[in-house]
Design a protein around this ligand. Structure first.
Ligand code: C5P
Length: 221
């Protein structure tokens, strides 16, 4: 069995997982799994193919056959077949479809092996909702990031405005709340800290402070 170390970083949208995970991975020379991107790609693929989300097997079949590649044209890029979908998966539609397919058990099972395959020496930082609870329950270190709903919405707002994308704060708050509800209430792999996770509230912390806290908890760092 592959025992390369894993740092699992879970938490709700806007808790800073993506940024923190990539900084921690960079600092340790580890690979990075952005598991949310897998759900996002599956979501947009379902939308494009007109897959009926009430048919779990149809969604799972599509998930098994997806040709997803990471990083073909720079940091953080995501490809579906021969198309760069890095921007498409970050739209509101991508977020909404990801959380809908994420609630389908057969879809989660279909993406499970793909996620395990990211575990390789010298180590992996796995970013998601259920990295510490379901996908890598034997992770070396489990971190659960939280932040207030308002702080998370503000971060998303700044991110979108920074990219030149129009955004309305109250609408972002409403969408985040709805996604939190869907992610936490689903019966399969709901969003919750693993029992042995270290919970860090990032509301009033800078990115550097959070990265340092994570690294301080990593036994071999
Ligand atoms: O992390 P990100 O915001 O990109 O995730 C998008 C959606 O994908 C989440 O709202 C969640 O519903 C789903 N997801 C999941 N399990 C994961 C990662 C993401 O269900 N491990």
């Amino acid at each position: 069995m592959n025992k390369a170390p894993v740092i699992a970083i879970d938490g709700p949208s806007g808790s800073g997982k993506g940024t923190i995970s990539s900084r921690v991975a960079e600092s340790l020379g580890f690979s990075l799994l952005d598991s949310g991107a897998l759900y996002r790609v599956l979501g947009i693929a379902c939308d494009r193919d007109g897959i009926d989300l009430t048919d779990p097997q149809a969604v799972a079949n599509l998930a098994r056959g997806l040709d997803i590649q990471f990083g073909l044209s720079g940091e953080g890029s995501v490809w579906l077949d021969d198309e760069d979908v890095s921007l498409a998966i970050r739209t509101d539609l991508g977020s909404d479809m990801a959380s809908k397919v994420g609630a389908i058990e057969a879809a989660r099972e279909a993406l499970f092996q793909r996620q395990l395959a990211f575990r390789e020496a010298p180590g992996l930082v796995a970013d998601g909702r259920d990295m510490g609870t379901t996908v890598f329950p034997d992770a070396t270190l489990k971190i659960f990031l939280t932040a207030s709903l308002e702080a998370r919405a503000q971060r998303r707002y700044k991110q979108l405005i920074g990219k030149g994308i129009d955004a309305i704060l109250p609408a972002l708050l409403r969408d985040l709340k709805e996604r939190d509800r869907r992610d936490s209430e689903r019966t399969v792999s709901p969003l919750k800290p693993a029992e042995d996770a270290i919970v860090i509230d990032t509301t009033d912390l800078t990115i550097d402070q959070v990265v340092n806290q994570v690294l301080e908890h990593y036994p071999l760092a």
